[in-house]
Design a protein around this ligand. Structure first.
Ligand code: PNS
Length: 171
């Protein structure tokens, strides 16, 4: 049984994350999406919202589990008897930080390896923070996130609809 953990803030989940999850499912018997309880910044979506959204946009993947964690990632990985951490890489600038994180995690627990998966080039520019910013300004994130996420973002930011860059405020 090869089990991997794919950790992140998922604030919110994007098509880039979903692409990495599906690639990880091709490589591992089981993948745990581990939603961090307290990201470095106050999240837009609560932990419960982030987990619920992930579960809803990833139906029918029976080898996938969605969990939350706090504390050290390596402790969560070993408590769940996983052997690998999966990380997505988009652009070269991701590498430096992720390389450092993987070395630190290896020092904390040498039994755990980090596996980097390259994103598809069409997702290379995509990040949750840009999705949040575009949505907060009333722009369309249709190509970037599933419909449910788009709806939840509209609810959060109070926009009812988006037409050619013109936003309509909720009454
Ligand atoms: O989606 P993000 O915000 O880039 O995810 C960051 C995450 C959750 C992977 C990272 O912050 C993390 O691993 N947090 C757990 C705390 C930890 O183990 N820190 C030591 C790693 S050097």
């Amino acid at each position: 049984m090869r089990r991997a953990v794919y950790p992140g803030s998922f604030d919110p989940i994007t098509y880039g994350h979903i692409d990495i999850i599906d690639r990880a499912l091709n490589l591992f018997d089981e993948v745990i999406v581990a939603v961090v309880r307290n990201p470095s910044k106050t999240p837009l979506f609560t932990l419960e919202e982030r987990k619920e959204i992930i579960q809803k946009v990833l139906p029918g993947r029976d080898r996938l589990r969605v969990e939350s964690f706090s504390g050290l990632l390596v402790d969560f990985v070993s408590a769940n008897e996983a052997t690998a951490i999966v990380k997505g890489l988009r652009v070269v600038s991701d590498f430096e930080f992720e390389f450092q994180m993987s070395l630190l995690n290896r020092q904390l627990d040498p039994r755990i390896d980090t596996v980097f998966l390259m994103t598809q080039d069409r997702f290379a520019f995509l990040s949750s923070s840009s999705v949040r910013e575009i949505a907060s300004l009333g722009g369309s994130v249709k190509q970037m996130v599933p419909e449910l996420v788009e709806e939840r973002l509209r609810d959060k930011f109070g926009f009812r609809e988006q037409t050619r860059g013109q936003t309509v405020d909720r009454e």
